[in-house]
Design a protein around this ligand. Structure first.
Ligand code: 5AD
Ligand code: SF4
Length: 446
């Protein structure tokens, strides 16, 4: 029996979907070494927090979590605590120096060293591994996933865009892609295990490359694995959204008609300062092109309020762009200065209350637009993939449309993973409510 067999590891994941995928990779690495991945923190010999550093409030949450893990650590002196992910990479040894309960600090490209770090930590030795790599993609690691309907599959890592506000190029390093055949093989395996939906992940999936194959080629190959598998992808940078990719989304029935296309701002002056490499006009033309090629496409975006030097006029241009595009959804944030980024040196001159007010304004605009778009769907038929009981009640089930909208139906003994044809009866800005017409195993028949 392996010496680690009885060691149980508990991992909490914060931040983006990439971190969810990384937690499954870490679990795969540890599982292969004979550790047990547990879901009850009370059983844990080691607790890891897989962290986010994109905004300061994400980091504050981790400090808060560490503070409330303290009693557990005091109770069980042998318990090891580790910080993984972007915050580990950003803060490095200062994390161990400032937080004496932290034993391990391990950045996103060093997860293969975790078994060694854990062994050392159980021996009483703290450890830090934060080297970034130009080649690490964990392509050979089998992620440890719990059974389910929907899986995240990282196809590339890192980012070379260097948007001036963003810490990701510093915490996740340079762009690199997995091999196309390995991605396809992983998805075949997921399909054979009963998964019905995959989301291909990358900080900027559009710059995926494996030899002559680009992201559109990968998407087409993944879509061909099984016509009843829904295929999603995120995130797309407007600069790299090629005609070929748009045509591929339009041509493949099981590639979802939903594109997350962060715009960040509607002001050309701010976009330039952000190093986004497009203008508002470019963006609007891209949206038009996408809508022409994929008529029912849903679009979502990311927006930052209160970037350095942002004036009321800049902010108004963002609101105007939102009103012109009419996004189905948006993730909206107050600007948060991150050390080492170019924007950090521009100062943080928009007062917090101004940021807060601008954020509230764009949230209100978006909520109105989402509500109007959702209301127009009342009376329409939608195919949804059932994911399970709704968060609110066992009596209700939730599923998602191709365009990524949440639909609630009453539970009539359905099974997760079924496609059901639903008539939409009512809508809020965030949710649709419907009645089932037909159930099917396959996407085309539903
Ligand atoms: N402050 C606020 N929001 C940020 N984002 C990235 N960096 C920052 C920052 N420093 C947002 C961007 C990005 C999303 C993932 O997070 O909108 O698209
Ligand atoms: Fe950050 Fe820009 Fe890269 Fe997105 S594209 S991860 S915002 S640097």
């Amino acid at each position: 029996m392996d010496k680690h067999t009885k060691r149980s590891i508990y991992i909490e994941t914060y931040g983006c979907q990439m971190n969810l995928a990384d937690t499954e990779i870490v679990s795969g690495i540890l599982d292969r070494q004979g550790y047990r991945i547990c879901t009850d923190i009370q059983e844990a010999d080691a607790v890891f927090l897989n962290t986010c550093a994109v905004r300061d409030n994400a980091e504050q949450r981790i400090y808060g979590r560490l503070a409330n893990l303290k009693p557990l650590k005091n109770e069980r002196s042998h318990m090891v605590i580790g910080i993984l992910g972007c915050m580990a990479e950003r803060l490095r040894k200062s994390l161990i120096e400032d937080q004496d309960m932290v034993d391990i600090v391990c950045g996103p490209d060093e997860y293969r060293n975790l078994p060694m770090l854990i062994d050392d930590a159980f021996g009483g030795e703290k450890g830090i591994r934060v080297q970034l790599s130009r080649v690490e993609t964990y392509d050979d690691i089998v992620p440890l996933r719990t059974e389910g309907i929907s899986a995240w599959v990282a196809v590339m890592r890192g980012c070379d865009k260097f948007c001036s506000f963003c810490v990701v190029p510093f915490t996740r390093g340079r762009e690199r892609s997995r091999g196309i055949h390995n991605v396809v093989r992983e998805i075949e395996e997921l399909v054979s295990r009963g998964f019905r939906e995959v989301t291909l992940l990358g900080q900027n999936v559009n710059s995926y490359r494996d030899g002559d194959h680009d992201f559109a080629d990968l998407l087409r190959k993944v879509a061909a694995v099984d016509s009843s598998l829904r295929v999603r992808f995120t995130t797309s940078h407007p600069q790299d959204m090629s005609d070929k990719l748009i045509e591929t989304v339009a041509a493949c029935d099981n590639v979802c008609k939903y594109i997350h296309l962060p715009v960040q701002s509607g002001s050309d002056r701010i976009l330039e300062l952000m190093n986004r490499t497009y203008t508002a006009d470019h963006y609007l033309r891209l949206v038009e092109k996408i809508r022409r090629a994929i008529p029912d496409v849903a679009l979502s975006t990311d927006i930052i309020a209160g970037f350095p030097t942002e004036t009321e006029e800049d902010h108004r241009m963002t609101v105007e762009l939102m009103e012109r595009v009419r996004f189905d959804g948006a993730f909206m944030f107050k600007y948060s200065p991150r050390e080492n980024t170019r924007a950090y040196k521009m100062g943080d001159d928009v007062p917090d209350e101004v940021k807060g007010r601008r954020l509230q304004e764009i949230i209100t605009v978006q909520r109105d637009v989402s509500y109007q778009i959702n209301r127009q769907l009342i009376g329409s038929m939608q195919t949804i993939l059932l994911e399970g009981p709704s968060k609110r009640s066992e009596k209700e089930w939730m599923g998602r449309t191709d365009t990524n909208k949440t639909v609630i139906i009453s539970n009539d003994g359905y099974t997760a993973g079924e496609y059901v044809r639903v008539r939409i009866d009512s809508a809020t800005s965030a949710t649709l409510f419907g009645t089932v017409a037909t159930i099917s195993e396959s996407l085309s028949a539903a």
